[in-house]
Design a protein around this ligand. Structure first.
Ligand code: FAD
Length: 303
């Protein structure tokens, strides 16, 4: 068996693997798509000590760093089941069964998409999902935020300090965000909130986003909003479906962990966007991966 088996090859999984391997223990990594969300990222400007990089560059760096150590890297392999017996067992989609004394789950998350024409085409060319990451790219420009939940309204408040104007489009007839956030957003002169708005299309000039279309659900009329950026804030879905009946998840499906990254199953740890750790960022996921590996090592020397 492995000493540490990491499931996931994003920043959290890569950091966990490096920290584990540096202890000289038998380490494996299973990743459906090595690099994770970072592979889909254009500009990265908040990875501290690296002023600017991009997703593919950072992913290449992650892989090189992992392979610098004696790590079994199993790419394009998907875990479908986890069970704790004498060892922790992880079953892969191809039927293989991996055994390990400890497992670190770092399967990340995915942004819920609008599924409207133009969204994919202009992803990274005006369509964005992370205000902390991409907000500054729209300095002085008009932007829209899709979604009036907590993350949408937080994004609007955040962006209002950077961009010229923010239009929030909420599908429902009420905002689902906390009252204090709604009040704050409503008090800002450069934020407009539109309810009952169903976004129907992302418009672009072939190069970049130039606007969006929405339908007013009360009148069925179509409207156009000119924007350079569209922040989609309709939910971040953790990749934890295969763990549903296995370990404790929050009501949003995030793996619940303690300060040592331990889950509800002893010997099973978790890190990054798939966990209850707030603020989903590369640097935070890497920190989480390091914590989980040290937590797993601590567990190994005590058991
Ligand atoms: P992920 O990156 O999601 O990686 C999860 C890994 O697990 C992947 O390898 C995946 O294939 C694998 N996996 C999933 N399920 C399974 C399974 N069942 N079996 C095996 N493997 C599995 N953050 C920043 O700090 N700065 C930025 O500029 C920035 N820009 C972003 C731009 C975009 C478009 C997006 C989508 C995100 C951005 N983020 C940014 C957020 C950042 O990418 C995430 O916080 C970070 O990647 C999370 O790392 P993670 O390792 O927890 O998960």
């Amino acid at each position: 068996p492995y000493d540490v088996l990491v499931v996931g090859g994003g920043p959290a999984g890569a950091a966990a693997a490096i920290y584990a391997a540096r202890k000289g223990i038998r380490t494996g990594v299973v990743a459906e798509r090595f690099g994770g969300q970072v592979s889909d990222t254009m500009a990265i400007e908040n990875f501290i000590s690296v002023k600017a990089t991009d997703g593919p560059k950072l992913v290449a760096g992650l892989e090189q760093h992992v392979l610098d150590y004696d790590v079994d890297l199993m790419k394009t392999q998907k875990a479908v089941r986890l069970e704790k017996k004498e060892f922790v067992e992880v079953e892969l989609e191809n039927g293989a069964l991996l055994k390990s004394k400890t497992v670190i789950l770092a399967t990340g998350a995915r942004w819920r998409e609008m599924n409207v024409p133009g969204e994919q085409e202009y992803r990274g060319k005006g369509v964005a999902y992370c205000p902390h990451c991409d907000g500054p790219l729209f300095k002085g420009k008009k932007t829209a935020v899709i979604g009036g939940g907590n993350s949408g309204i937080e994004a609007a408040i955040d962006l209002a300090g950077i961009v010229e104007h923010v239009t929030v489009l909420e599908f429902g007839d009420t905002l689902r965000a906390d009252d204090v956030l709604v009040k704050k957003a409503q008090s800002l002169p450069n934020v407009t909130i539109i309810k009952n708005a169903m976004t129907t299309e992302v418009l672009g000039d072939g190069q970049r986003v130039i606007g969006l279309k929405y339908t007013d659900r009360t009148t069925d009329e179509s409207h156009l909003v000119e924007v350079a950026g569209i922040f989609v804030q309709i939910g971040l879905v953790p990749n934890s479906e295969f763990l549903k009946d296995t370990l404790e998840l929050s009501n949003r499906g995030e793996i619940i962990i303690d300060q040592h990254a331990q889950t509800s199953i002893p010997g099973v740890f978790a890190a990054g966007d798939v966990t209850t750790t707030p603020y989903k960022q590369i640097i935070i996921s890497m920190g989480g991966g390091a914590t989980a590996a040290l937590g797993a090592f601590d567990y190994l020397i005590r058991n």
